[in-house]
Ligand binder design. Structure first.
Ligand code: UDP
Length: 280
């Protein structure tokens, strides 16, 4: 675990406006991931400031499974490295950050960000667009959020089931809607590829990939009770809901993560000793 200066990360070739120039904000490094030490409310504040300033950026939400996926998917790794904001969607990641400095203040989930961002968007008159999940689910999400935030300016929505040839049409529709804030819930890495490929057409200032969060907001998938979340056991709760689909995923990624976290300090210690050996 080490402190990493954001400016040390490579700039994206596809999202050139994404990494703000001259930014000195520090980030937390956990294994191959770079995370911003921001609370959910701070992320929302920065998003609103970015939109107000007419700038652009992507929020990447990373959990343990995605962090492990990034290790074997250079494209996803680069997307996370160059996103304007990368937040930790997992209590184990927050705990791991406490092995170094600075630490992550809290877990920031896609579902929480949807609600907080929409609350703020409603207050500030920011237009929003929802892309992803089935037609019925995305409509339910829109209805629910409109009820919760009556002033919310929903510029449009569309399901996330479309072929590669239709992607640019979807992006053009989002641009025509004039939405400044885009939620994409198509699973990982599908949603990241969409945002990356269509970034030049999208028009929206800020895009966020929220995985399966539309299903959570619509109530199709239940969120774990608060205590279970705080104990870092939301994965077990999800596993109980969809054991067949998730067993291998969680078994492999959780074991890999725990093994790497245990191994990481040893690797760092050996690396730091190497110059001393060479000098002898
Ligand atoms: N989804 C989508 N388009 C697709 C595949 C999935 O919009 O082509 C949506 C799906 O309806 C769900 C979300 O993406 O709301 C997450 O899907 P899934 O659970 O399969 O992703 P995972 O959790 O496996 O990354």
């Amino acid at each position: 675990m080490s402190l990493a200066d954001r400016s040390a990360y490579p700039r994206s070739h596809v999202m050139p406006a994404d990494v703000p120039s001259g930014t000195t904000r520090k980030a937390v490094r956990i294994l191959n991931g770079r995370f911003d030490a921001l609370s959910a409310h701070q992320v929302v504040d920065e998003v609103v400031r970015t939109i107000d300033a007419g700038q652009r950026g992507v929020i990447c939400t990373v959990n343990v499974a995605i962090l492990m996926m990034m290790r074997s998917n250079p494209r996803l790794q680069r997307f996370a490295d160059t996103a304007r904001w990368a937040v930790a969607d997992g209590q184990p990641l927050v705990w791991s950050s406490h092995l170094g400095r600075p630490t992550l203040p809290e877990r920031v989930t896609g579902a929480d960000l949807i609600d907080l961002l929409c609350a703020r968007a409603a207050r500030e008159g920011i237009g929003v667009y929802f892309l992803g999940a089935s037609d019925a689910i995305v409509r339910q999400v829109v209805d629910l959020l409109r009820k919760r935030h009556p002033a919310l300016d929903v510029r449009g929505w569309a399901d996330g089931y479309f072929g590669p040839n239709e992607a640019s049409d979807r992006a053009d529709a989002i641009a025509r809607s004039g939405a400044q804030l885009l939620f994409v819930a198509m699973g990982v890495p599908r949603q990241e590829y969409f945002i990356e490929e269509q970034w030049g057409r999208l028009g929206a200032n800020v895009a966020i990939g929220v995985g399966g969060s539309f299903d959570v907001v619509a109530g199709l998938r239940k969120r774990a009770p608060r205590l279970t979340q705080r104990l870092g056991l939301e994965w077990a709760y999800r596993l109980a809901q969809e054991p067949r689909r998730l067993f291998m995923r969680y078994l492999v990624t959780n074991s890999q993560f725990l093994g790497l976290i245990a191994w990481d300090p040893i690797v760092h210690a050996v690396r730091s000793l190497r110059p001393a050996w060479r000098g002898q």
